[in-house]
Design a protein around this ligand. Structure first.
Ligand SMILES: NC(=O)C1=CN([C@@H]2O[C@H](COP(=O)(O)OP(=O)(O)OC[C@H]3O[C@@H](n4cnc5c(N)ncnc54)[C@H](O)[C@@H]3O)[C@@H](O)[C@H]2O)C=CC1
Ligand SMILES: O=C(O)C1=N[C@H](C(=O)O)C[C@H](O)C1
Length: 271
């Protein structure tokens, strides 16, 4: 009987799912209790370690998410918005903590998570790394210190498989910049420029997304002012960074009251 924290990983075959399975195996105090994939996926029924091309790890990939979640201590979920909403309902039913890394959720989908947070601890963040969460705080401080003579642009680059833009991290950084300025991001957000856009509107926060190759994740926040530019930058070079952050969050949830939390809570970075 393993008395360490049992983690169920959703989207087991995905880039983050596989990284999580490997990282959980290397982390003290946790074990992989289940590997979940969608119905019809060819990994279902196979040993997760072998499906990843390595040694057997004794965990058979399942499509029975309800059963797998009910017998876990915590779920780590890097999948897709619709799937995350379904997993959220299962976590709430089972009273099992839910660590969400999935990005690309609409405001309405994020609001749909709220009822589940009455029944279980939810940690959701568009980026689980310490570095990005520090950058979020720096962005807020710099934005608060500068006036609208400084145009704020968030520039992000990711691998060519990524399906959502702007990235979850870019939106966190944009939110931080807007908060620093005392405005709502939705009132000043400018993403997807193309064609005759007109001149830049003073006070807007712009977003640009680059997609190419195997870029893990790069984010710049540029403050472009008269005669000078400040650029805050984070570069992720290995997905293990996100997996370690998610496992840290999973450990942190144990014994926590139901509620909606983020990585600032986990890392103790709240002002
Ligand atoms: N918050 C963070 O620190 C990070 C967040 N991400 C986000 O995590 C998500 C996944 O990223 P990747 O692993 O690169 O994608 P991926 O496409 O490699 O993997 C997604 C996985 O989700 C599974 N999936 C999709 N729909 C499902 C469903 N209905 N039921 C069960 N499984 C389902 C797929 O089969 C696949 O295994 C994305 O939203 C990405 O932006 C990625 C890296 C870091
Ligand atoms: O899809 C990815 O890969 C990543 N997604 C997250 C995001 O949308 O910001 C985090 C990281 O940049 C990698």
């Amino acid at each position: 009987m393993d008395d360490t924290i049992g983690i169920a990983v959703t989207g087991a075959s995905g880039r983050m799912g596989q990284m999580l399975i490997r990282t959980i195996a290397e982390t003290k105090g946790v074990h992989l209790s289940a590997a979940i994939e969608r119905k019809g996926h060819d990994w279902v029924g196979q040993d997760a370690g072998q499906a990843m091309g390595g040694a057997a790890n004794g965990v058979v990939v399942t499509d029975d998410a309800a059963q797998a979640i009910a017998s876990a201590d915590v779920v780590i979920d890097f999948t897709a918005p619709e799937a995350t909403l379904a997993f959220s309902a299962l976590c709430a039913d089972a009273g099992v903590a839910h660590v969400i890394g999935t990005t690309g959720m609409t405001d309405a989908q994020i609001a749909e998570l709220q009822p589940a947070s009455q029944s279980c601890a939810i940690v959701r963040a568009g980026n689980m790394s310490l570095g990005v969460n520090l950058l979020v705080q720096l962005t807020k401080r710099v934005a608060a210190a500068l006036d609208e003579d400084f145009d704020i642009e968030v520039i992000e680059a990711h691998h060519h498989h990524k399906v959502d833009a702007p990235s979850g991290t870019a939106l966190m950084l944009g939110e931080a910049a807007a908060e620093g300025r005392g405005v709502a991001l939705n009132d000043v957000r400018d993403s997807g420029r193309d064609g005759i856009t007109g001149a830049r509107k003073r006070g807007d926060i712009g977003f640009s997304a680059i997609r190419g190759g195997d870029i893990v994740g790069e984010h710049d926040v540029m403050f472009a002012g008269p005669g000078e530019r400040i650029v805050l930058r984070h570069m992720a070079t290995d997905r293990v960074l996100f997996a370690r952050g998610a496992i840290r969050a999973a450990k942190w949830t144990q014994g926590k009251a139901p509620g909606a939390y983020d990585m600032m809570d986990v890392l103790g970075l709240n002002d």
